[in-house]
Design a protein around this ligand. Structure first.
Ligand code: NI
Length: 289
């Protein structure tokens, strides 16, 4: 394959640390690279997985990590957990806090506790100046209420994070245009993945062209949310190309143009443009080298 100066595609959210990849992780990474996906961000879901993701990132060059406690693990969050996240976040490959959020689908953790744990981690992100990866499942209204007051708070306003180009992303976006536009007004992005390819996702596909293209991140959420026609199988980052093709079709642009735009946004979002980016003058031509 061609050498890419800037990553052609960036998987802004995938879970390569999880057990479904234990048997063939190296092959999964090689297939992703062959498909032009050469940079990945792996969010943690609990402390053990955060540590596993960081160990993996030491071996895989383009792999970066977000540290955080997923809402379905929020019942195990203690003051010591927050201190541990603070320490882990100092490691050089950590680029965000996540994935954090609210999940009212599984119903295993009290919503009030989930909100408390989310807020503690949002404040950690503000303190460290790192963007947040937000998980929201059947909880969009509650997530919006909480983020709205967080970005208006003096703690957030005084933080370095408020001066970064972007503060966070609504990962696996499932809201409407009003929520997306409100999120953009908070300097948030939306993340889209395999769901845009699902047969029954007409509403999401109808929404996509109205979403600002410069506020979009591509993601697989592998091993979850496998794109059509592979639903039911394990997902992997190489399949980001299918997400890119579907979105390009919806925006009426080429997959290469969509890849270039979203990769540039992802590099800015994660603060990696110094390491991988191209200057804006060559932005549209320097993708292929
Ligand atoms: Ni995820």
């Amino acid at each position: 394959m061609a050498e890419y100066k800037t990553p052609y595609l960036i998987d802004s959210h995938c879970h390569l640390d999880l057990p479904p990849f234990d048997a063939d992780r190296a092959e999964v990474v090689a297939r992703a690279q062959a498909a032009g996906v050469t940079l990945w961000v792996n969010p943690g879901i609990d402390l053990d997985q955060c540590r596993r993701a960081l160990a993996l990132a030491e071996q895989v060059e383009g792999l970066y990590v977000a540290v955080g406690i997923h809402p379905t693990s929020a019942d195990r969050f203690t003051p010591e957990t927050l201190q541990a996240l603070h320490r882990l976040a100092q490691q050089p490959k950590v680029v965000a806090i996540g994935e954090i959020g609210l999940d009212f689908y599984w119903g295993n953790v009290d919503p009030a506790l989930q909100q408390q744990v989310l807020l503690a981690q949002l404040d950690l992100a503000a303190e460290l100046g790192l963007p947040v990866l937000i998980h929201s499942r059947e909880a969009n209204a509650a997530v919006a209420d909480l983020l709205r007051s967080w970005v208006a708070s003096s703690g957030y306003r005084r933080s370095l994070l408020a001066r970064r180009p972007f503060a966070g992303v609504l990962h696996a976006f499932s809201g409407d245009l009003a929520l997306a536009e409100e999120a953009f007004s908070w300097n948030f992005l939306v993340g889209l993945g395999g769901a845009v390819t699902f047969r029954n996702a007409q509403t999401l596909r109808a929404l996509v062209p109205a979403l600002r293209l410069d506020r979009l991140l591509l993601e697989t959420d592998a091993p979850y949310l496998t794109p059509h026609p592979y639903r039911g199988q394990r997902n992997e980052p190489a399949r980001l190309a299918l997400v890119c093709e579907q979105l390009a079709l919806l925006y009426g642009i080429s997959p290469a143009a969509l890849a270039a735009q979203t990769s540039a946004t992802a590099l800015r979002f994660y603060g990696l443009e110094d390491r991988f980016g191209v200057d804006s003058a060559t932005h549209h031509t320097a993708v292929f080298v």
